[in-house]
Design a protein around this ligand. Structure first.
Ligand SMILES: C[S@@+](CC[C@H](N)C(=O)[O-])C[C@H]1O[C@@H](n2cnc3c(N)ncnc32)[C@H](O)[C@@H]1O
Length: 265
């Protein structure tokens, strides 16, 4: 069986340029080695050996383009991902922000299917402040946003939450393998399609959550994004990042680091 030859840098660049304009996402901001490995593996899976042919396939077959986007965007997520950090948020940062500002505006940037922002909505509801807070969640991937809006999760996805959060998942249908998030929560979140690599962001957020998104970005793209988030936060606002991530130049940008993974403007 033949295998895809590893394309040259020039070939990859030409491919990325064409795909970037096809999907409207600048692939040059993503780490090369990681993405190129995944592209080659998808080409192998489709028995395609030349990038040019692969581009033609993606431009003409919506299913294959979705497969490519799924590879690129990797939507892995879960409710209360790294639970101890969500506990810190619930016990310290959210109460502190509420005490100072009364109501708070929160953005889950790179929200995937919504597990992250609905976890926050559950925390706010338990604190009896859901109604007076503003919740925004965004992702580049329109399919995943539609899933997030529906608020429907498998038994496995819904099963990972702590007992006190079970009440927010209503069984759907007869066989109990799907669950629907309480409509008070789904109606509270405004979902938007947004490319974090491109465009001006809204201002005056008290809390921005951007976790496990920038791991695929090049250093320059990360630096710009963290600076953009800084401009979008109110003074004292918090940026909450993923448990494998660090902002090395946080002082330079203007953040403090009150505890691991929480950066404060
Ligand atoms: C691994 S998921 C993380 C989900 C959630 N934040 C968490 O930590 O569980 C990464 C998400 O980032 C999104 N993403 C990747 N590149 C993006 C971009 N340029 N703009 C907006 N979202 C992007 C993907 O579509 C995907 O849903």
């Amino acid at each position: 069986m033949s295998e895809t030859n590893i394309p040259s840098e020039n070939e990859f660049n030409a491919f990325k340029k064409k795909i970037s304009s096809l999907i409207g996402l600048d692939l040059f901001n993503y780490k090369n080695a990681q993405m190129e490995r995944r592209i080659v593996s998808l080409m192998n899976r489709n028995n395609i050996y030349k990038l040019e042919e692969y581009y033609k396939l993606l431009a003409s077959d919506k299913g294959k383009l979705d497969e490519f986007l799924n590879m690129l965007t990797i939507n892995v997520t879960e409710f209360f991902r790294n639970n101890d950090k969500f506990e810190e948020l619930e016990q310290k940062y959210i109460p502190d922000l509420l005490k100072k500002h009364g109501s708070i505006k929160i953005w889950s940037a790179g929200c995937s299917c919504g597990a992250e922002i609905y976890s926050i909505a559950m925390i706010l509801d338990r604190l009896n402040v859901l109604d007076k807070c503003t919740l925004i969640a965004s992702d580049f991937d329109i399919n995943i946003i539609n899933r997030a809006k529906s608020g429907i999760y498998s038994k496995f996805e819904a099963g990972v939450t702590k007992p006190e959060y079970k009440k927010y998942f209503q069984p759907l249908g007869a066989n109990g393998d799907k669950f629907q998030i309480d409509s008070r929560l789904t109606s509270k979140v405004k979902f938007e399609r947004r490319d974090l690599l491109n465009g001006a962001f809204e201002k005056n957020f008290h809390l921005i959550i951007c976790r496990n998104v920038v791991i695929y970005f090049k250093e320059e793209a990360k630096d710009k994004l963290y600076a953009d988030f800084h401009s979008s936060l109110v003074d004292g606002g918090i940026l909450f990042i993923g448990s494998t991530e660090r902002i090395h130049n946080y002082k330079e940008i203007g953040y403090n680091l009150p505890s691991s993974f929480f950066y404060q403007k």
